[in-house]
Write a new protein. Structure first.
Length: 107
């Protein structure tokens, strides 16, 4: 299976997926830390992929998402965006609303 196929499969298999540097318990950059904290505050289950541990993922994902930086949040197979967008969506309440619809679909 190619890295592209693996990425598409991982995105499809996880309704809320954060590609980040490090993990929520040990983030390796401030933006990844902020993004994972926002998702935790929203009370949603989310999967993560550490792009530092997976150089192939780090190199390939931007060609799928058309987003050059990390973290990258995907919800229901769609790129939501990076840290700045998550902060704005969180402040406005839109992110929690978006994530609540995912939770109801997965349970």
């Amino acid at each position: 299976m190619s890295i592209l196929e693996q990425l598409h499969e991982t995105i499809a298999a996880n309704p809320v997926l954060l590609f980040m540097k490090g993990s929520p318990q040990a983030p390796q950059c401030g933006f990844s830390k902020t993004a994972s904290q926002i998702l935790s505050e929203c009370g949603v289950k989310f999967a993560t992929v550490d792009v530092l541990a997976n150089p192939e993922v780090r190199a390939t994902l931007p060609s799928i998402s058309n987003w050059p930086t990390f973290p990258q949040l995907f919800v229901n197979n769609e790129l939501v965006g990076g840290c700045d967008i998550l902060i704005e969506l969180h402040k406005s309440g839109e992110l929690k609303t978006m994530l609540q619809t995912v939770e109801t679909k997965t349970h």
